[in-house]
Structure formats: C-alpha cells, structure tokens
Design a protein around this ligand. Structure first.
Ligand code: NAD
Length: 312
C-alpha cells in the first residue's frame, strides 16, 4: 500500500447494511459520522452527553448546508444523510449489530481503555474496532480486548468532511485483513489513506506537535507575538494556518495530551510540553472550543483578535 492519492472506491457492496458506530460526538465524532452517512453508511452516533449529541447533529446539518452551497451534496441528499444518523447515549445499543466501531472519545488512555473493554464486550465478535486517537498506542488499546487482530487506528483529520487524509495505524497484532478493510473504507469515503506503524504520535502528530510546541516556546520566550509567529509560518512557509491558530483549532488540551504521549513514549526532552501550554490548559483556555486560547473567538468560532493575555 502506498501513500499515493487514490480515487474513491465502491466498498463494501451493500453500504446500507454496513452499520457503523461512532463513539464520542465532539469535534471529530460529528465529522466522522457526517462522512460515513454522506457516503451511504448507516451510523449510530453515541455520546455520554445528550447536549453533545444534539449539538453534533446541528453541526452536521450546518456543514451539510455548506456542502450544498459548494455543490457537493443536494438538498434532497442532505435529508437522506441526516436520516442515516441515529443518536444514542447507550454504548451497548450503539455497537450492537455493527461491522465497524470508530472511537472518538477524549484523548485519555484510561478512558479509551475503559471504552474499548466495553465495546469488546457488546460489539459482534467479527466487528472491527477502530480508534481515532491522535497519539495513543493502538497496541495498548488492543491489549484490553479479546480481539487485538481487529483493532486498528483510523486517524481522521479535522475538519473531517474537508480533510482528505486518513492515517491508518497497524497495531502489533492488527491483521492484514483488518488493515485492508479500513483502508478500503477510507477510500470509500473519498479519502486518501496512508498506512503507518504504531509508534508515539504516528507520523502526523510526531511531526506537527513538536512544531506547534516550538511555536508556543517561541511566544513564551518573547521572541515574537502571536500574530507575528503565525504570519511567519503562513506567509513564509505557505502554511494555510499559523501554528498557534492551528493549536487553538485542534484544542490546546488535545495538543497537550498528544505531547505528553510523545514525551512519555520517547522519553526525550525535546517533546516536553511548553509550560505556557500547560498553564493555558489548567486555566481552561482551550482554544476555539472554550472561546479563548492564543486568540479570542466569537460564538461561531471565528477569531476576533489576539487574546488580551498576549496583546501588546
Ligand atoms: P472532544 O472533546 O471535542 O469530543 C469528545 C466527546 O467524547 C465529547 O462530546 C464527550 O462528551 C464524549 N465522551 C466523553 N466520554 C465518553 C464516553 N465514555 N463515551 C462516549 N463519549 C464520551 O474531542 P475531539 O477533539 O473530538 O477528540 C476525540 C479524539 O479524536 C481524541 O482521541 C483526539 O485525540 C482525536 N483527534 C482530534 C483531532 C482534533 O483536531 N480535535 C484531530 C484528530 C484526532
């Protein structure tokens, strides 16, 4: 398998019978449910919070409206897509009768292990258990189940309906069949899958997070301001977003959790999270989702200026 871009494939033959459960209806879960439903799969979206489920459906509806404006889906297709999405707060109900589970709960080893134990208990024996983790070991999550050969990483990028990459991560025991199935499923969603091995941060976050962390150190050490750092990387390196704006978008808590996995996994100082990032997470400044990080955001998540903490 290569990292070359490939065209969407029709897999599996009868998508309407290929039921998918998505666990966690946050930033990533709503996007993952959106794309599976958009490409014909019946989806059960599960969260412990009813508010999150309702919020996720509203987000999916808004994102579908944007796709209608861009001519990607029609108004009739929007209704069909929404009809394919069921909501529940019961994990047992969500994973019953599914072929694939995609877990997208917060980036915590203990929480994900607990969720994987439950999913293993209630999902059909032949179901594939995929995780959208940004950095946690697939091998570790697989080890709490009785089916490590069916556990795999399926790492979507944010925002899921727009971003084309899916990083497919093989754990130590992941079977060829499992890896190939999720590879084909990613193609069926119009994405470009790239297969990588199970080491901390995989490829995407092993490279991205040290860059974001370095940008935060650069700010912390007073080398330049928030907008200056982001402008250097946008205009100088042609990045679509600056690293600090991107960190806000990903969620500063998510960035910190990933850096901690890299730091623990490699035991190297260069992955140590910047103390400023740690403080911001402790203060509840998580970026777009909390309304403030390096920038301040309005109710619709649009940046309205640099945070007063960093304003000159
Ligand atoms: P989030 O905080 O936006 O959403 C997590 C959701 O999980 C919340 O709605 C929460 O209520 C729910 N939840 C908590 N415990 C649960 C449980 N036991 N069962 C079901 N739902 C539960 O987080 P996110 O940003 O969507 O991240 C989810 C996963 O995706 C993480 O592993 C993260 O590392 C990964 N990821 C995030 C991004 C990103 O840009 N945010 C990108 C790629 C991968």
């Amino acid at each position: 398998m290569s990292g070359v871009e490939e065209r969407a494939v029709d897999f599996p033959e009868n998508k309407a019978e290929y039921r998918v459960a998505v666990l966690g209806a946050g930033t990533m879960g709503n996007g993952i449910a959106h794309v599976f439903a958009q490409f014909g799969f019946p989806v059960c979206l599960m969260d412990i919070s009813e508010d999150r489920l309702e919020g996720a459906l509203a987000t999916i509806s808004r994102n579908l409206d944007r796709q209608i404006r861009k001519g990607i889906v029609s108004a009739e297709e929007k209704e069909e897509i929404l009809r394919r999405i069921a909501l529940t707060t019961s994990l047992e109900e969500a994973v019953r009768d599914v072929r694939l589970v995609v877990e997208a709960v917060p980036e915590s080893v203990s929480l994900k292990e607990e969720v994987f134990r439950k999913v293993d208990k209630y999902a059909p024996g032949e179901a594939i258990l995929a995780t959208n983790t940004s950095s946690i070991s697939i091998t570790r999550l697989a080890s709490v189940t009785g089916r490590p050969e069916k556990v795999v990483g399926m790492h979507f990028m944010n925002p899921v309906p727009v971003m084309r990459l899916v990083e497919i991560i093989r754990g130590y025991a992941t079977s060829d069949e499992t890896a190939q199935t999720v590879y084909k499923l990613a193609l069926a969603l119009g994405k470009t899958p790239v297969e990588v091995r199970d080491y901390p941060g995989f490829v995407s976050n092993r490279i991205l997070m040290p860059m974001i962390n370095e940008a935060i150190y650069t700010l912390w050490q007073g080398v330049a301001g928030v907008e200056e750092i982001d402008t250097v990387m946008r205009l100088g390196m042609n990045h679509p977003m600056g690293p600090l704006g991107l960190a806000d978008f990903i969620g500063l808590d998510v960035c910190l959790a990933i850096l901690e996995v890299l730091y623990e996994g490699f035991r190297q100082e260069r992955y140590a999270p910047c103390p400023l990032l740690v403080n911001m997470v402790r203060a509840g400044k998580l970026g777009v989702k909390s309304g403030e990080g390096f920038y301040v955001y309005d109710d619709r998540g649009k940046p309205v200026g640099v945070s007063p903490v960093f304003a000159k």
